[in-house]
Design a protein around this ligand. Structure first.
Ligand SMILES: NC(=O)C1=CN([C@@H]2O[C@H](COP(=O)(O)OP(=O)(O)OC[C@H]3O[C@@H](n4cnc5c(N)ncnc54)[C@H](OP(=O)(O)O)[C@@H]3O)[C@@H](O)[C@H]2O)C=CC1
Ligand SMILES: CC(C)CCC[C@@H](C)[C@H]1CC[C@H]2C3=C(CC[C@]12C)[C@@]1(C)CCC(=O)C[C@@H]1CC3
Length: 331
């Protein structure tokens, strides 16, 4: 039986590069591109078929930021397929990004410079919107819609005697301090992207606790800094073109500047080759590229603080809330 692979946000950037890599490795898979815009999805399908004419590439209409669309898409998947081997939760948005130029230059001349380039800590904020379901758009798209999709597809993902993998595209920008259990949609703050990505790291661990015994394994990856529509939304494209030589230079000092979607998809692709039982449920898998352009995947354990938060919120919700309140700086 041909394996079924579903990828959200498959029509561009890292998602599309992943599809290309999956087909180049195994032309026998049944690939399903889950996208909100069918014209862009069809263009991606044609591009994939041009390089892999024999492959099976289907389209699925899915706006992951709409509850109704997620229910409809999940229903369609259950009608079309009797198995689901991999589900890549990759679609994501960063609306109205604002780069703090002053903080950037301050960081440039500080000992935190490498961390700043790797994570954008302290230099990037966003202005979120309310979506048609009345939810914060970033939370709904990057996290909630994907979570709902997984829950709706449990019957396919948790079948007896089969293994399936859920793989989230998280980010190095995911940060504990941006996330609060009292405001999971991040209505109050200015870093909804960071918060949503941290929440996906938590949800992945929770899914493992809940479903590993049913053969469902969840992992998170971090693609590094990749030039895609998302990053072109942060600074104008002419500026990126101007500073591109500097970016290649920076790669010598930080292997997180993966830069191309192909490189950024490294950890996503690598995970598809692993036995999920052998993966660390508490690790985040990073796509990295060396100064000489060699790609590799490296696991980074989530922090002890995060492990504590997961354990306490999954077992003793009240104690967890006290922990948040009592720990200064974790609001
Ligand atoms: N680029 C980077 O440096 C990094 C990216 N990431 C993450 O990688 C993932 C892929 O982003 P990237 O390839 O960079 O950027 P792109 O903007 O190229 O890709 C994002 C994809 O998500 C889709 N998408 C957005 N909103 C929805 C929605 N509501 N429903 C369905 N699909 C949607 C987009 O579709 P459409 O074309 O219709 O907009 C697009 O296909 C994201 O989750 C992002 O957060 C993480 C770390 C770094
Ligand atoms: C001279 C240049 C290298 C200056 C570029 C400065 C910033 C625009 C970038 C420095 C760190 C980058 C970064 C991201 C976006 C662009 C930067 C802020 C991300 C936030 C993109 C999306 C992610 O998920 C993580 C990235 C971390 C690093």
């Amino acid at each position: 039986m041909r394996k079924v692979v579903l990828v959200t946000g498959a029509n561009s950037g890292i998602g599309l590069a992943l599809c290309e890599r999956l087909l180049a490795h195994d032309g026998q898979i049944q690939l399903c591109l889950a996208c909100r815009n069918m014209q862009r999805a069809e263009a991606a399908r044609l591009a994939l078929l041009a390089s892999h004419p024999e492959s099976q590439v289907a389209l699925l209409q899915l706006d992951v930021g709409s509850v109704r669309s997620v229910f409809q898409a999940a229903k369609e998947v259950k009608l079309r397929y009797n198995r689901l081997d991999y589900i890549y939760l990759n679609a994501g948005i960063m609306p109205n990004p604002q780069l703090d130029i002053k903080a950037f230059f301050k960081g440039l001349f500080s000992s935190n410079v490498i961390n700043m380039f790797a994570t954008a800590e302290g230099i990037l904020t966003q202005k979120d919107n309310i979506n048609s379901d009345g939810m914060q758009e970033v939370f709904a798209t990057n996290l909630f819609g994907h979570y709902l999709l997984v829950r709706e597809l449990e019957p396919l993902l948790c079948q007896p005697d089969s293994i399936s993998q859920v793989i989230w595209t998280s980010s190095s920008n995911a940060r504990r301090s941006a996330f609060s259990l009292e405001d999971i949609q991040h209505q109050q703050g200015t870093e909804p992207y960071s918060s949503s990505k941290y929440a996906s790291d938590l949800v992945s661990v929770a899914l493992n606790r809940r479903h590993n015994h049913q053969g469902l394994y969840s992992s998170v990856i971090c693609p590094g800094l990749v030039m895609t529509n998302m990053t072109y939304g942060i600074l104008p494209s002419f500026f990126w073109s101007l500073i591109m030589p500097i970016m290649w230079l920076i790669r010598i000092f930080t292997n997180t500047f993966t830069l191309t979607p192909y490189n950024g998809a490294e950890a996503l692709f690598w995970l598809s080759l692993q036995k999920p039982e052998s993966l660390d449920p508490l690790a985040k898998y990073h796509s990295l590229t060396s100064g000489l352009g060699k790609n590799y995947t490296q696991p980074h354990k989530v922090s002890e603080e995060t492990q504590y938060l997961i354990s306490s919120s999954l077992t003793q919700p009240q104690q967890k809330r006290n922990y948040i309140k009592l720990t200064p700086g974790l609001q």
